[in-house]
Design a protein around this ligand. Structure first.
Ligand code: ZN
Ligand code: ZN
Ligand code: ZN
Length: 360
């Protein structure tokens, strides 16, 4: 869509958290160096000495939860051997904000996503992903219930060496924290403000816009068409209940968010029918990313309404979502120094390329 004569150079403000912005500059040479080729990921099915492979269960801390209950396990949850947060309240203090120290109390669990060591998410069956998402739901609920001091339960996944995965066997992590992470807090607060002004959830508004927005931008002097924005320009994948969207102002070039189409604040409220659809949309989205990037290495984060009483009245304004952030380049000094992310592919072009992948 954009060539050298018709490039985009604009700073885009994140509509949800306006303090975050991205410089979209599709001109060649904006990025001073090419991204290094990421270290190849481990694609072996079974590794003799891997603690997460079947048959090595005695190498990990005890099982916290397992799926299915009987027979060969498909998903297994264990305590993290090297927890970021733990039970022992004297052991660690976390420092936040204006050097306010908070007792480092919490829980850190590892979910072994699949018995197959090197399987990628899009290679797992939809039935398997349905079970894995159910395990996320079950553990989030259990961890909130287990201790009233828990302020947030974060589910995330690092996949591939480029995304900082320390253990190559495919796994997710759950951290029950004594504070709400700053990015979730900012989203909750800003969306509440938007709701107070517009009586509408900003995420729902963005979905509506992504699905229906259409505009032609004309050159003021000559009257020629400068840019045409198509219907569903930002949509990457769509199911009955979920949509995968390329955000208008995304930090990472291939970042994609998956959101429920109808308003829902808390991931824990997802029902079985929606979970079935989410498994399908997630699998297809990951397959698209993998095909376009050529072996996606990524982080994903589940952002959901904190259970803390402070946020009880944010149920109408906050909308849970999964943020998928593929790691394709190393941040430049400019990005680290300015806090401004640079995207050399326009989100519109990225969405076009992701949609073009033939999956069937
Ligand atoms: Zn393994
Ligand atoms: Zn909403
Ligand atoms: Zn988020």
């Amino acid at each position: 869509m954009s060539d050298d004569n018709d490039f985009i150079r604009e700073i885009r403000i994140n509509p949800i958290v306006p303090s975050e912005s991205v410089l979209v500059s599709t001109a060649r040479g904006m990025r001073p160096r090419e991204a290094e080729a990421p270290a190849p990921r481990d694609t072996r099915e079974h590794v003799q000495r891997c603690p997460f492979c079947r048959g090595n269960e005695q190498m990990t801390p005890p099982t916290v939860a397992i799926l299915p209950e009987d027979g060969e396990w498909q998903v297994r949850v264990v305590e993290n051997l090297y927890p970021v947060l733990g039970d022992n309240s004297t052991s660690s203090n976390l420092v936040f904000g204006l050097q306010q120290a908070i007792d480092g109390y919490g829980r850190h669990e590892v979910i072994v996503d699949h018995p197959n060591h090197g399987i990628a998410l899009h290679e797992m069956s939809e039935t398997h992903l349905f079970g894995l998402l159910g395990m996320y739901r079950e553990r989030i609920e259990a961890l909130y219930k287990a201790d009233a001091r828990i302020q947030y339960v974060l589910v995330f996944k690092n996949f591939g060496p480029a995304a900082g995965a320390s253990i190559p066997h495919t796994h997710s992590q759950i951290i029950a924290m004594p504070v709400v992470p700053e990015n979730v807090y900012n989203e909750v607060m800003h969306s509440q403000r938007y709701y107070a002004r517009n009586r509408q959830c900003i995420f729902c508004s963005l979905i509506d816009e992504a699905l229906t927005f259409e505009a032609t931008i004309y050159d003021r002097e000559s009257g020629t068409v400068r840019r045409h924005i198509d219907v569903g320009q930002y949509v990457v994948e769509r199911g009955r209940h979920f949509v995968a969207i390329k955000p208008f102002a995304s930090r990472y070039e291939w970042e994609v968010h998956i959101l429920p189409l109808s308003h829902q604040a808390d991931f824990v409220d997802i029902d079985q029918e929606r979970r079935t659809d989410l498994a399908r949309v997630l699998k297809r989205t990951m397959a698209r990313l993998d095909a376009v990037i050529g072996g996606a290495q990524y982080n994903f984060f589940l952002h959901s309404l904190p259970h803390n009483r402070e946020f009880h009245d944010c149920g109408d304004s906050y909308h849970w979502h999964l943020e998928i952030c593929p790691r394709t380049s190393i941040p430049t000094g400019f990005e680290l120094g300015s806090g401004l992310f640079v995207s050399t592919i326009s989100p519109e072009d990225a969405a076009v390329r992701l949609r073009a992948v033939d999956l069937d």
